[in-house]
Design a protein around this ligand. Structure first.
Ligand code: LFR
Length: 483
């Protein structure tokens, strides 16, 4: 098999990028063709994604990438664009952090039954699941006129190729997907008032979608191939684990913390702990929990304005440990806005010392995130019966040395950090396999990453008793504020 060049379009909450991967036997090299900011826009009281600006970044990136065999698109989950019968976009996609879904999940659960919802979809309750967004939008002219709903990567794929479809890993985050039947949950949709036919036909990662439209004038007219279009699904492909006894933290704006399984866990304990069963590449199950993640730090930095983040992280490392801990998963942290003030309020509420400098706030965030990682890693093992002896940290957070070390210490397990670009790597490996440049299962793809990517190992330090005590302060339940 030959070496191929493929392009990964990876849209994240704060930036988008187009990466080119050169892949062949024993070989994986990644270069960045283009990176562009993703800046949400509030208009008429609603928070939107600036989707046309993102599209422009995608096209510019694919031009910069040069000739490639194929293109794969991934992004964050749950959000969507609506198309009319002619294929025109109806309005700007709404951001999952918008307040339109406030209180909706509770109403829908009452109507449809929370046990039944979990049994069918296996999904955790996040306020912004697509189902809740659609219920929030019920009765709007936009939804009434809509012919099709496309999740964000499927929308970009549609604009690239003219082909309509829904890739399953991302479809599984809608709460409209039946994980065991591997089909849209049509009964549930009918009862929730979601029009049948709104959701397009499903296809798995690896599916060849079609060539890019010639009028885009892209070099070499590549083919679009479906990848794990949910960024977290691609990131999990990009976890360089050996064997199955591993947990992962896909650490960026969110920390997605869990294990990879062959079958979903749909027990009552799992539902109560708000663990999710999302569809992974190759029929795997991503059994995980959303932890609020580096959003707490990113949004603090945005509030402070002009700060020197590397210096702040160095100062945070010198702060006393566990002075203040908060539960990162408290829903008060979800919307955009003054994060340091919300952290201070949360400390006040539970009687923790209020951090009085940016460095103290950063330390509070990182200690609290490490504790939340610990809680989720322990729960994932307990609830699934899968035990682990290593925690892989992938994504931008793998660069944060303090967070990686604290996560190792908190979990009492070694952390293997990297690759930072796990999502783009998972995206390109699935394309390279579809092109026949590499073969094998996920284990083989991961072996290729271990052989080619720079990884950093952190051994756990200190004593578990201190973390246990801090965990008590934060709340050990894992769903304290959500269920
Ligand atoms: C991470 C992610 C999470 C999803 C959240 C919202 O980028 O895709 O997996 O829960 O964004 O879509």
């Amino acid at each position: 098999s030959a070496v191929v060049d493929v392009a990964a379009v990876d849209l994240g909450a704060s930036s988008g990028r187009v990466m080119v991967g050169r892949v062949g036997p024993g070989r994986v090299a990644l270069t960045e063709a283009h990176r562009f900011p993703n800046v949400p826009v509030r208009v008429g009281g609603t928070l939107h994604w600036d989707i046309l600006r993102l599209w422009q970044g995608v096209v510019a990136g694919l031009r910069a990438a040069g000739p490639v065999t194929s293109v794969g698109v991934d992004s964050w989950a749950v959000d969507y664009g609506l198309l009319d019968a002619t294929g025109a976009l109806l309005g700007n996609p709404v951001h999952y952090r918008d307040a339109r879904t406030d209180g909706v999940a509770e109403r829908v659960e009452e109507h449809l039954g929370r046990e039944r919802l979990y049994a069918t979809t296996g999904l955790q309750r996040l306020p912004f699941n697509t189902l809740y967004q659609l219920v929030a939008a019920a009765g709007t002219p936009q939804l009434a006129t809509a012919d099709r709903l496309l999740l964000i990567p499927d929308l970009i794929t549609y604009w690239l190729t003219g082909r309509l479809g829904a890739e399953v890993t991302n479809a599984s985050t809608t709460q409209l997907y039946d994980l065991r039947r591997r089909a849209w949950a049509t009964d549930l949709m009918a009862e929730a008032g979601v029009p049948a036919g709104l959701l397009p036909p499903l296809h798995p990662p690896g599916t060849r979608i079609g060539p890019v439209r010639p009028d885009l004038g892209l070099p070499g007219t590549p083919e679009v191939v479906a990848v794990g279009s949910h960024d977290t699904a691609s990131a999990v492909v990009g976890v360089p684990a050996a064997g199955e006894r591993f947990a992962y933290v896909s650490c960026g704006t969110w920390s997605l913390v869990g294990v990879e399984l062959d079958a979903p866990v749909l027990t009552e304990a799992s539902r109560r702990a708000n663990f999710t069963n999302e569809a992974g590449v190759d029929g795997t199950v991503r059994y995980l929990r959303n932890v609020m993640g580096l959003w707490l730090l990113q949004e603090s930095v945005r509030t402070w304005g002009d700060v020197d983040l590397p210096a702040l992280l160095r100062q945070a490392a010198e702060q006393p440990a566990f002075r203040s801990v908060v539960d990162p998963d408290d829903p008060v942290f979800l919307p955009p806005g003054d994060m340091p003030a919300r952290i201070a309020d949360a400390c006040r509420r539970v009687g923790e010392p209020v951090p009085d400098t940016p460095a103290a706030t950063v330390r509070c965030v990182l200690d609290s995130l490490a504790l939340a990682h610990r809680r989720a890693v322990r729960q994932a093992q307990e609830l699934s019966g899968r035990s682990v002896d290593v925690v892989h940290v992938v994504g931008g957070g793998a660069r944060n040395e303090l967070l990686c070390q604290l996560t190792a210490d908190a979990c009492g397990l070694p952390v293997v950090a990297g690759p930072v670009e796990a999502t783009a790597l998972g995206n390109i490996l699935v394309q390279a396999r579809a092109a026949g440049a590499v073969g094998g299962d996920l284990a083989a793809l991961r072996g290729l990453l271990r052989a080619t990517q720079r990884l950093v190992r952190y051994e756990p330090r200190g004593d578990q008793a201190a973390w246990r005590a801090a965990q008590e302060r934060m709340g050990g339940g894992g769903c304290a504020s959500r269920c």
